[in-house]
Design a protein around this ligand. Structure first.
Ligand code: COA
Length: 173
């Protein structure tokens, strides 16, 4: 029997499930904690994965500037790990960033092996711009952070802006 794994943009109805997925990992300081308000406020950054229609994974992309974005809040529910869901979420981020025209993406992580499988390379944390660290002051591990920076350069292909809304067009008389 085949199973379908799919990735899509998140919607407000997903917030409770996203919160439930992230919370145990935030408690262990593997990812930054987010309350429900924070999830609603940043919902446009989130993608979710479904396995046979069950929401089982989440990721966010945060854009820092003209050519730099971060993969954040990447979690796959433990019972769905090692089935390719994490890979599809990262590929979803890469496609989303290509649409937006961002060509460099990084993550701060403890799972370098996973990101290396996704084509990322370990880089020095000092190579990231200062503003990346502004969010880190909210982290319990700020004083003795041991996360590793990984980075990937995405294609420099021309941007293909995408229509998300139903097409809005008028012919001016
Ligand atoms: C890291 C995580 C997102 C990976 O998700 P996943 O769905 O299990 O990953 P996939 O099944 O898509 O794995 C893709 C590839 O990475 C490898 N991989 C997965 N987890 C790995 C790990 N921890 N270390 C090394 N390689 C790993 C897989 O073996 C697979 O390799 P392949 O291409 O040879 O088949 C998931 O384990 C998770 O949610 N972990 C806890 C939260 C966390 O650490 N998030 C990262 C925050 S930056």
């Amino acid at each position: 029997m085949t199973h379908r794994i799919s990735v899509r943009n998140a919607a407000v109805d997903d917030v409770e499930a996203i919160y439930t997925l992230l919370e145990p990992f935030a408690e262990k300081n593997i990812i930054l904690a987010r309350d429900r308000d924070n999830l609603y406020q940043h919902l446009q950054e989130f993608l979710v994965a479904e396995y046979d229609g069950v929401l089982c994974g989440v990721v966010a992309v945060h854009i820092y500037g003209e050519n730099l974005a971060e993969i954040r809040s990447l979690v796959v529910s433990p019972e769905f790990q090692k089935h390719g869901v994490g890979r599809l979420l990262v590929e979803g981020c890469e496609k989303w960033l290509a649409v937006l025209g961002v060509a460099r993406v990084f993550a701060l992580t403890y799972v370098t092996g996973f990101f290396e499988r996704m084509g990322f390379a370990v880089v020095s944390r000092e190579s990231l711009p200062q503003k990346v660290w502004t969010v880190c002051v909210h982290c319990a591990r700020f004083a003795d952070c041991d996360e590793i920076a990984v980075e990937k350069r995405l294609s420099d292909a021309p941007i293909q802006p995408m229509r998300i809304l139903p097409i809005l067009e008028i012919d001016e008389p």
